[in-house]
Design a protein around this ligand. Sequence first.
Ligand code: X2X
Length: 342
Amino acid sequence: MKRFSTFKVVLVAITIAFATVAAAQDYKPEYKMSLVLGTAFPWGKGGEIWADLVRERTNGRINIKLYPGTSLVQGDQTREFSAIRQGIIDMAIGSTINWSPQVKELNLFSMPFLMPDYPAIDALTQGEVGKQLFSILDKAGVVPLAWGENGFREVTNSKQAIRKPEDLKGMKIRVVGSPLFLDTFTALGANPTQMSWADAQPALASGAVDGQENPMAIFTAAKLHNVGQKHITMWGYVADPLIFVVNKEIWSSWTEADRAIVKQAALDAGKQEIAIARTGLVEADKPLLKQIEGLGVTISHLTPQEREVFVAATRPVFDKWKEQIGSGLVTSAESSIAARKK
Ligand code: X2X
């Protein structure tokens, strides 16, 4: 009897050993993580933190390499989501803007003047709306794990200070992937043109476009003052969260324990990345803005009345897109924001 049970134990041990080897054999030597921006930016730092945590906590079983510049899709940010789904990309930290052509609900965060402050972003990403969006992403064919942040997108240009929609009149503004941005800038009287981030920088340098909109951490890290961007308006009209995701097949190729590690690492990295993205903007004296002014850039802060004029001018765009995104989702976002803790 004793001998038999020893035999069973050995058999079980051998089976487990084989299963582990089989599982390990399914693992790739390297997983490709897509990002638009590299480690000079909060976005890329978030990717680095995620990859490092996963490598450490899996003892190197899961080895992730960063591919910034959306290089796995030749810089075409709007193709990133499809490439993750297809397995061209194993995992990514992507902006809601870049994935919104495939997942229309992600346009929520690009609704003009929906989110007035950081607690409003948190009320969405960390609340019911965030859960709902993750279930939509799951149905759309990826595994969403955590939220990060690109940030509030402030408009910059080479021509003049913008304090009212008329100041934007006829200005050529580079915008990102979603048609919602074309609608917003058209409603404000500007002349928006859609292009990738890779194309935006030379277009700004040559003066082919006058302005663009991006978070302040991108302004400094990309040195946009060197490509003629001398005027910034702090209007906080939209903010794009980032989302940490993994391709579905890759996800199911990992053991349950490793999935838990990758998920927890994404949550930890997301939290750290959000703090990095907000650095210099949440402190009372906003040191990041001081630093930018030190570069010879003028920063305009709108009065509540001035801001209201932009809100009113873009309201028809908001109403149109509320239908496209789904009025139920937009309404729950508005309620979550109204109920936020400040
Ligand atoms: O292209 C942009 O403006 C950027 C870098 O912010 C995004 O990827 C959304």
